[in-house]
Design a protein around this ligand. Structure first.
Ligand code: NAD
Length: 298
């Protein structure tokens, strides 16, 4: 397969503009399109790219077409309603770098395969700042040879490429990472509000939480990797103690009238796991409770 040189880039928004900018800096020939024409023309005047008058035109003659669009519905609209798929060359590759729903990604991949067009999902982690200094994490899924062919593009925009497996699985991983972070944000705000109601200073709490819950204290580093995935279950802290601590937090919230919805569900889960597995088991064994409940194995 020939090297990718000509790139159609569709969606020159907050993320797309700095990402496409990295490709331009690395010498790829870019044709850009955005329904907000000013986005595309501003980009072109800064980076010397060609502006297409439609998505289909951006794909004509392109070795690869990158989407940095709001979601999978827009991706499909561009491909199949705006006529892009019909104008792309056989052997070209389309790459969805936005955060799209994985089932749609798989369906789109199958439809494009019928036209001889490859498809890769390659969503990114890190926001605009990371896009501006080419330090995004890119998760890529689909045909391995296709991903390898796209690697120079990804290298121009990122610090790390995570190979995920079958088409759509990078979109799954992306959604899961955002889900974890979205939960953690609510969880943190929930906890800090409880603390405020007890008179704690917000900056002190934020700094302490950073030191005690992030980095090597983060559950994935401290528990999932060394104790859950290895099945060592040796953190040295019993399940009943964590269940007690979560109950203290929830009771504390109730005593000052602070909302604690995540805490209530979490307390209930730890209580149920303790009853099922036994309170003296290592608390990392909660994974067994989870695996029983879901029928899946980590
Ligand atoms: P954005 O709204 O800034 O950019 C999307 C661009 O797509 C806009 O310029 C819009 O005009 C254009 N567009 C919409 N419909 C179009 C169409 N039919 N044809 C051509 N262009 C069209 O959004 P963003 O923040 O750049 O996010 C893009 C994707 O990246 C989303 O899926 C988002 O979830 C994901 N993402 C965003 C961030 C972030 O920090 N903003 C980080 C990681 C991933």
């Amino acid at each position: 397969m020939a090297n990718i040189r000509n790139i159609g880039f569709i969606g020159i928004g907050n993320m797309g503009a700095p990402m496409a900018g990295q490709l331009a800096r690395q010498g790829f020939a870019l044709t850009v399109f955005d329904v907000q024409v000013a986005n595309a023309t501003a980009f072109a005047s800064e980076h010397g790219a060609r502006v297409a008058s439609s998505a289909a035109e951006a794909g004509e003659g392109a070795d690869a077409v990158i989407f940095m669009l709001p979601d999978e519905r827009v991706v499909r609209h561009v491909l199949f309603d705006d006529g892009l798929a019909a104008r792309m060359s056989r052997g070209a590759v389309a790459i969805d770098m936005g955060t799209s729903a994985p089932a749609s990604t798989r369906a789109t991949g199958a439809e494009l395969a019928e036209l001889g067009i490859g498809y890769v999902d390659a969503p990114v982690m890190g926001g605009v700042v990371f896009a501006r200094d080419a330090s995004l994490d890119i998760m890529a899924a689909g045909d391995v040879a296709l991903i390898e062919r796209c690697r120079p593009l990804f290298a121009a925009m990122s610090r790390k490429l995570w190979l995920c497996g079958e088409l759509g699985s990078a979109h799954v991983l992306k959604a899961m990472t955002n889900y974890i972070n979205a939960c953690a944000l609510i969880n943190t705000l929930e906890a800090m509000v409880i603390g405020r109601k007890f008179g704690l200073d917000s900056t002190v709490m934020a700094q302490a939480i950073d030191a005690m819950c992030n980095g090597r204290q983060h559950p994935v580093v401290k528990k999932v990797m060394p104790h859950v995935l290895t099945r060592k279950y040796g953190t040295g802290m019993a399940m009943q103690l964590i269940a007690k601590d979560v109950k203290i937090a929830v009771d504390a919230a109730h005593s000052v009238g602070a909302a604690v919805p995540l805490g209530e569900v979490t307390a209930q889960l730890w209580r149920a796991a303790t009853e099922q597995l036994g309170g003296t088991r290592d608390h990392s064994e909660i994974v067994r409770y989870w695996e029983d409940m879901t029928g899946a194995e980590l």
